[in-house]
Structure formats: structure tokens, C-alpha cells
Design a protein around this ligand. Sequence first.
Ligand code: NDP
Length: 457
Amino acid sequence: MSTPIKTFLLLGASGDLAGRLLLPALGQLLDAEPERRSVVLVGAGSEAWDAGTWEDRVRTSFGSASVSEDTVSSVLAGTRYQQVDVTDPGQLRSLLESAPAPAALYFALPPAVTVKACTALKEVELPEGTALVLEKPFGTDQQSATALNLLLTQLVPESQVHRVDHFLGRSTVLNLLGVRFANRLFEPIWNSEHIERVDIVFDEQLTLENRARYYDSAGALMDMIQSHLLQVLALAAMDPPAAVNEVDLRDSMAQALRACRLWEDDPVHAGRRARYTAGTVEDRTVPDYTAEPGVDPGRGTETLAELTVEVRNSRWAGVPFRLRSGKALGARRKEVTITFKNPVHVPTGLRGRPASDRLRLLMGPDQISFEMNVNGPADPLELDRVTLDADLGAGRLPAYGEVLAGVLDGDPLLSVRGDTAEQCWRIVDPVLQAWREGKTALEEYAAGSDGPAGWAL
Ligand code: NDP
């Protein structure tokens, strides 16, 4: 672990991510851990903001997360805003020189601007311990991710690079560690002999929500599956790490991802894509995706994607891992579901067919649910189904709060390692290529439905 961070430098401080997620999460973190309040927050961006505008920004963002007045006043006492063109080495140098070192530079910037900013940093001598925090998408394909990694290695050591995947800060996702490795029950059967399939689903009711500028050139496969769900797969599929630290845990995750292959090595059929048409989500009337402001229908962007992969190793060969995420769906469903194989033999005399046992880890509200077969209460020899539910309660911090805690501690445990980021692109690139070539149909589903016919999991 490196030196704790003294300055949190928020580049792109006027942007959506900064205002809606990062500043509120920072406030919540400082509320939960007041000993961190000595960190100096510096906002930077291309806008010519005065001190009052910045103060309003911080107040409003903190207010949205009900951050305490103590934290608000302590942050406001030390914070400032600086107008900076982040692509200019001279301006970046003076920004860094004016802040206590080491700083964490959080690139809350459009991805292309982040690359330019990192290129500019090659001309700046970075104080020891400087951390670089990069958002998704990390590159646009394997080649660009490799190039970006190469650029970063010229700036700071890998352990000081945080490639943010806030999913790794979600308590349910991290619960995969406890459930798998702190029980005698599951790990011995966590393999292809006993598990039929694994589904990792993140279905949202949210629609485009005015994010066409970003989303219309990304789509569901890049936005969710490449960036987040493959990391969840890595936690579900990996071999047990000896320790939960940045080296062992991330080694195990990387190994699992390296073993991932598209189902039947077929980029055309391993992925499915669809786009929502007009409909109603709960009480909300939703226009056709292509009618949303800023959308270019010609891009053929998918709002629902599914990818099936195999982790081709001795533990998992033959087990489908299905990753799916979409917008404007009728029901919110965010979970990892492990479906077990049926028992080898059910004693004759027990009536009814056993359904597969299913272990579900649900996100927001965080729950664990285990569906199993028992003898029915009415007829003691008739099989029946019960579900054991445990409510895990809200996490201590929001996912971005956990991410920021790692950044401020100089601990990249919950960030994506460079080689892993490249692996995620290696897995999805052939599917994206098949889609660009029109080899996989772009299906449609009405907003508020559960997806195109035949897609039910
Ligand atoms: P926005 O477009 O809302 O904000 C980008 C910010 O960067 C603005 O403050 C903009 O300032 C600033 N900026 C752009 N160019 C420069 C420059 N040359 N010098 C200084 N500042 C500059 O984007 P988001 O906040 O939505 O996204 C930021 C990053 O976070 C992206 O990589 C995105 O993919 C990622 N992300 C976003 C999420 C979200 O929910 N918004 C979720 C997860 C990841 P100005 O407008 O004044 O130019």
C-alpha cells in the first residue's frame, strides 16, 4: 500500500459524474470516517467558475446525499476550484504544484479527453505517490486499452492506477467472497459437476435519461457487460485467492478472465442484442429509443445485451455464464443466480419433480435467497419448494464511497488491473465486430416489457 492521498483532484468537476455520484460519495465517506476530513478537495474544469459557484456545487451535491453540516463546513473550509485545460501540460503542472502531495487525479472527463490529459502528464514530473483514477470505458477495444495501459506505465506504477469499476464496491458483489470462501457448504460444489449455469443480470427500468452523448456510442454490451458484469463473473468463477489483497485477489480474477471464451467460440451466436421501442415503464411513458434526443438511429445501438461465455478450465468447462443487462425493462432485476444441477437420484416414493436449487445474490436491496426442495407440509411425501431469504441491509457506504476509500488509502484492491481491463475487451471485441458487420440481428422490445420474445432467462 502506498502513501495516503492528501489531495483529491477532481478533473471534470462540473460534469455529471462528479456532481451526481463522486461528490455525494465523497461526502458520505467523510461522514462515515471523519478522520479522513484532512484530505483537500480541489475541483478543476474548463468552466470559469468563481469560489461561490464551486461552493454551491459542493453544497448541492453533498445535500443530495444528506451529508452532515460538519462534513460540509470542513470540506468547504479547505476546498477550491481551478480553471484548467486538462490537456495542457503547463496548466496541469501548476495545478499539481498548488496542491499538497500526493494527489489523486480523478479523471471525471470524457474518455478521449482523459487520454489527452494522460498524454500531457508525460511532460509533468509527478510527485511520488500520485494516484491516477480512470473511469469506464477504459479504451474502446483491446488495442486501445493496451495503448492506454502503456501510456499509464510511463506515468506511475500500476499499483497507483485505479481503473474504477464501482460494481466492485457493491457489498452484494463482494459478498461472493464471504459466501463462497467462508462457508464449508458452497465451495466444494462450486464447479461444473454441481452447477448447471450462472446468470449475472443487471436489468434496469431506467431509460436513456438524457445520456445519449455517452450511451449512444457505447450501448449495453460496452456500458455494462464489458465494464462491470465480467468483473462480477471473475469473482463468481475464480479459484480461491490465498488472501483478499490487491495481488492475490486480482491474480485470481485475472486468471478466471483469461480462461473465458465465447460460448462455442461463436461471436455471432454468443451475443444477443435488442433496442427498446415506445412503451410504458411503471407509470412513465417512454418514447422509442431512436426518438430520444441525441440518438443517431443509424448507429444501431443496443439497449439490451446478452453474452454467454464459458470459463474454459477444469472447474467450469461446459457451464454457461450468461451476462445480461438492459434498459427500460418492465422489472428491475439485479442479481447473480447460481443454478445447481438436479440430484443424481431422488428416492422412489417422493412425489413430484425436484426443481433446481438456486442461490441468488440480489443487489439493491441487498439480499441472499436460496431456493430449495423440501417435503410439502400437506402431503409429507410430496416435494415442495421453499425459499430462504436473508436481508443483508444497506452497505456501509455507497459503491462509489468504497471506491474512493480505496483511492484515498492508495489501495487498488477494488480497482481493475491493467491486464484484466484488456482481457475484458479481448472477450467482447469479436462480438462487437460481428454486430458492426450486421451478423447478429438487432431485435426490438417494447419499453416496460421483459425483453424480446424468447429472451427470458
Ligand atoms: P460530462 O460530459 O458530464 O462531464 C465531463 C467533464 O469534463 C465536464 O465537467 C467538462 O467540462 C470537463 N472537460 C471536458 N474537456 C475538458 C478539458 N479539456 N479540460 C477540463 N475539463 C474538461 O461527463 P460525465 O461526467 O458523464 O462522465 C465523465 C466520465 O465518467 C466518462 O468517462 C464517463 O464514461 C464516466 N462515467 C460516467 C457516469 C455517469 O453516470 N455520468 C457513470 C460511469 C462512468 P465542460 O463541460 O466545461 O467542458
